[in-house]
Design a binder for this molecule. Structure first.
Ligand code: GRF
Length: 223
């Protein structure tokens, strides 16, 4: 059974989707711990209710580079202490330092409430034609304000580049005429709740199926 550590800053509805998929036995993974930068994140309460470790790692001032470096170090220690196979960012609102990502290479997954392209480009293909790739913390608002016909959700591997990384899953959500940010975000989240567990599941199954190194190829033996 694979081990997941979930980082969440907010309500944790995506965390709940992972917990439910795991409890169903559909997701071959267990959420071992939830870590939040916010003491009052409802995600921490969800973790407690589920009987799993809930840890708060505070960051007093996100603009202070010294505090920020110490935070990334502490966060990496706390997460590594749970020996995760994957670290899942589920509504995590802070950019992680390369020093953090280096500790979990290719093992950090993010869910993003907009369509992201396969590369670091400024546009993403959709069934409504090319759309601007929305990055950052306000992509739902940005989509409404820009009057886009379409947005969506993307699950991707995290790299040091901001909201850029290999896409694991992507799904469109059409924006209804006159729709506000709150309503659109609820509909995007409903998609995320399916997309995130499915992408995590596929990734874990792919990695489990991947042939490991053969004894002859590993070398390093003494005899
Ligand atoms: C999600 O829409 C996620 O994509 C975004 O923040 C929201 C978090 O929702 N980064 P929740 O905390 O999982 O309910």
């Amino acid at each position: 059974m694979s081990r997941l550590v979930v980082l969440a800053s907010g309500s944790g509805s995506n965390l709940q989707a992972l917990l439910d998929a795991s409890a169903d036995g559909w997701l071959p993974a267990e959420v071992i711990a939830v870590v939040s930068d916010k003491a009052d994140a409802f995600a921490l309460e969800r973790a407690q209710r589920a009987g799993i470790a809930a840890e708060h790692v505070p960051l007093a001032d996100r603009r202070d580079p010294v505090l920020r470096a110490a935070f990334n170090e502490r966060l990496a220690e706390v997460v590594a202490g749970h020996e995760p196979d994957l670290v899942v960012l589920a509504g995590w609102m802070l950019i992680l330092a390369p020093s953090f990502l280096d500790r979990f290479p290719g093992r950090v997954v993010n869910v993003h409430p907009a369509l992201l392209p396969d590369d670091d480009g400024a546009w993403v293909e959709s069934s409504a034609g090319p759309l601007p790739a929305l990055r950052g913390a306000h992509t739902v608002r940005d989509a409404v304000r820009a009057g886009l016909p379409m947005t969506g959700a993307t699950v991707h591997l995290v790299t040091p580049a901001f909201d850029v990384g290999p896409v694991l899953a992507r799904e469109e959500v059409a924006i209804q005429p006159g729709e506000d940010e709150a309503s659109l975000h609820e509909r995007i989240k409903a998609v995320e709740h399916r997309l995130l567990p499915a992408a995590v599941r596929n990734l874990l199954l792919e990695r489990t199926d991947a042939p490991g190194p053969t004894p002859a190829a590993t070398g390093g033996g003494t005899g």
